[in-house]
Design a protein around this ligand. Structure first.
Ligand code: NAD
Length: 312
């Protein structure tokens, strides 16, 4: 952890923890190669031209290269029919040299994301989105688990946060982050509340949290006054803010972010007002540099796990 000053919270450095996780994967891949086994292989399917998805896929490819995982990219045009996407997934499922399959979301309009995700073999489902893997998580059994909450749990474990009996509030109930995060915290004996867009008096619910995990996709939704003094705050949201009036409201305690917004016309931020939270919490993840880098590390760990679990 990096100290920020006497009265401020600690910044939980996700980048540094991601580096630790990646180094662990790299060593395990190296050990496989030394035993004469092949490198794990991750197939990424990208349909269409979504600019954010292109960046994510590029970053995933670069991270694979860093740890010795073979990265295969399959790029399809945005007007690709569903049957063709299905056919590609079927071929990758059957290919013994592919250990993990990831379909980059969102898919272009007209394609059914759930159908694609459900078609991936559970053994190769490195995103942990297949109902089989979600069911295993629900039962507390081993399986491939969603990367973002897995990596968040790893960060919490690294920093030695005792979860047993802790009051945790997970803000957001998506299948990708909110629900699996809540299940993983429950598995570690936290007392978990899932809050969402219909929750009454959200600030009061959040203020009960010793651990607050925000995954809503609403820039600066969580104000400093919503944070219980001494709480640990994980900010999963990644939002691009271009509206100056919004920026002036949510970055009142973060002059540097406001300056970037003014000069560059856009700035990245989380769901939590970082500057305000830093004055109340005991530890906070920043955006960028918090949960984002951890997610890719979780994906590569899952790829290695999938490879070994398939006996390859
Ligand atoms: P989603 O859009 O699927 O779900 C959002 C959830 O937030 C919903 O359950 C909804 O009920 C809740 N919500 C929305 N508005 C709300 C409000 N005003 N008050 C209370 N609850 C509200 O989102 P997701 O896929 O879980 O992603 C959430 C955020 O996390 C996004 O910003 C996304 O970009 C980010 N994300 C980051 C990573 C990472 O690697 N750091 C990974 C996945 C998602």
């Amino acid at each position: 952890m990096e100290e920020k000053g006497a009265t401020m919270a600690t910044i939980l450095d996700g980048k540094a923890h991601a580096d630790r996780m990646l180094e662990e994967v790299r060593l395990q891949v190296e050990a496989r190669l030394a035993k004469g086994l092949r490198a794990p292989a991750l197939a990424v399917v990208l349909v269409g031209e979504d600019p954010a998805s292109q960046v994510y896929v590029r970053n995933k490819g670069a991270a694979c290269g860093r740890v010795g995982i073979r990265s295969l990219e399959f790029r399809l045009a945005s007007d690709t029919p569903q049957a063709e996407v299905d056919g590609l997934i079927d071929r990758l499922n059957a290919d013994p040299t592919v250990d993990g399959i990831l379909v980059q979301l969102p898919l272009p309009k007209g394609l059914d994301a759930k159908r694609a995700l459900h078609r991936i073999s559970p053994a190769k489902d490195v995103d942990g989105f297949h109902p089989m893997n979600q069911g295993l998580l629900l039962e507390g059994l081993p399986g491939l688990r969603p990367c973002t909450p897995t990596a968040c749990m790893s960060l919490l474990a690294h920093h030695g946060l005792a979860l047993k009996g802790l009051r945790a509030v997970v803000l957001g109930r998506s299948e990708i982050v909110g629900k699996p995060m809540a299940l993983m915290l429950l598995e570690q004996h936290a007392t978990v509340t899932i809050a969402h867009s219909r929750t009454r008096d959200l600030p009061a619910v959040c203020r009960e949290a010793d651990l607050l995990v925000a995954a809503v996709g609403q820039p600066g939704l969580v104000e400093g006054s919503w944070v219980k003094p001494g709480a640990v705050v994980l900010d999963v949201g990644i939002n691009r803010v271009v509206d100056l009036a919004l920026g002036e409201r949510i970055f009142a305690a973060e002059p540097r972010k406001l300056e970037v917004l003014r000069t560059k016309g856009a700035v990245l931020c989380g769901d939590v007002r970082f500057g305000e939270a830093m004055e109340v919490a005991s530890a906070v993840t920043p955006v960028p540099g918090g949960v984002g880098p951890l997610t890719i590390a979780g994906l590569l760990l899952n790829t290695l796990t999938a490879c070994e679990a398939q006996g390859r």
